[in-house]
Design a protein around this ligand. Sequence first.
Ligand code: EPU
Length: 420
Amino acid sequence: MDKIIIKGGIPLKGRVKLSGSKNSALPILAATLLAEGTSNIENLPLLKDIETMLRILDSLGAKIELGKRSVKINTESVRNFTAPYDLVRTMRGSICILGPLLARFGRAVVSLPGGCVIGPRPIDLHLKGLEKLGAKIEMKKGDIKAKAKKLKGKRIFLGGAFGSSVLATANLMMAATLADGETLIEFAACEPEVADLANFLNGMGAKIDGAGSHFLRIKGVRRLKGGTYRIVPDRIEAGTYLVAGLITKGEVAIEGAISRHLGAVIDKIEEAGAKVEIKKENSLHIKNSGGLKSVNVITLPYPGFPTDMQAQFMALMCLAKGTSIITERIFPKRFIHVGELNRMGADISMEGDSAIVKGGRVFIGTRVMASDLRASAALILAALAAKGETEISRVYHLDRGYERLVEKLSTLGAKIKRVE
Ligand code: EPU
C-alpha cells in the first residue's frame, strides 16, 4: 500500500488548477443512463470514484470511450440492471444509478450502502421519493430491488432529520425527468452539484425548473438525448487549496474556482483574519501574512459551510489564536480526523457533535493513518504545516477525491512524495 511522505514547514507558493467536481461528475455519469444516443462528458476529474462509476456503467452494458479528460457514454446497449456489490460497496455515491435505471429501464438492483467512517448513511429519502413516483421497492439480502412500469409525477417533500439530501435530490430529479406528468420536489438540496446535474439534464431535453433552490418542478418528457456537457470545477478541492495556502503561510492562486460556490468558506477565512482576493473571474488568491484567529464553524447544507471542508478547516484552526468550536450538523459522527490531528500535536476535545479546538498549537511530523477522504486531506494539510516529516498511510482514500494531489502540491513547492 502506498504512503505519502511530507517534509513540512514550507510556505506554498504559485498557481494550482482545479479539476472537475467529483460530486457533480458522479450523478452526471449516472444520468447518462437516461439518454438515447451518446453523451460526451468533459472536464472529467481523474479519480478512483469516477473510475468506479464508469466500471458500474460498463458492468451494466454501457459503451464507454474514455478520452484524456472526457468520456463518451452510450447506454443503449444496457441489458443488465444489477450493480455489482463489489463496486457499490466501495462508493456510497453509486446509489445514484437507482433513479435513472428505474426511469429508463423500469428496474434496478443496487446493494444497500451500509454506514461508513463518517457515520450512518441512510437512504430512506431516496426510497420514499421513488415509492411516491410509483416504484415498488423491496429489500432482499442487502439489495434494494426496485421496479416500476412507468413512474408518475407527484409532489414529494424530501426533507429529512438533517435537512435536504444531495444524492436523494439527484436520484429523484433524474427519475422524474422521464415520469408521466409533473413532479414537485420540496426541500430539494441547493448544492451547486445538483444545479450542475439539472443543467446537464436540461441540455438532454429535460424540463427542470428551480435548480439551485429548495423547490424543483420537473415536467416529465418521453425521451432524453445525449449531449455534450462540461463539469463545473470542484469547490471542495478549491477550499482545500485555500487552506493549504493559509496553513503554510504561503501565497496560492487557485485557477478555475467559482467564488460564489465558496461563499461560506471565504467568509470564515476572512473572519479568521485573512483575505481571499477574487482576482478575475474564476481565480482566487490567498495570502497568509500570519496572525490568524480562531472562529466557530457550523456545517450546514449549501449555501452553509460544507461538511466536506470541516476536517480541513479544523486543521487550520489548530494553529490559529484562541479556541474554535466546530459543530457538525450534516454528519454528526464525522470527526475521525480528531484523533490523528491530536497525535500530530493538536488539542481537540469532543462534546457531542462539536469539536473544541484549542488553537496556537504546532504540528509535529509523525506517522498517521488516512481514514475517509476529507479526514485524509486534513492530515495532508497538517503535515504541510508540521515541523519535521509526516508519513501518511492508506492514501487510497485521497485517490478517491483529489486528482494528482502530490503533483499539484509539488508544483506549489511542497516537499511531498508518494512511495510504495
Ligand atoms: N440523509 C438521510 N436520509 C437519506 C439521505 C440522507 O437522513 O435518505 C441524511 C444523511 O445521513 C446526512 C444528511 O441527510 O445527515 C445529508 O446527506 P446527503 O444525502 O446530502 O449526503 P449524500 O448525498 O449521500 C453528498 C456527497 C458527500 C457530502 C454530502 C453532504 C456525493 C457523492 N457525496 O453525499 O460528499 O458530504 O452530500 O454535502 O455527492 C465527500 O465528497 O467527501 C462526501 C462525503
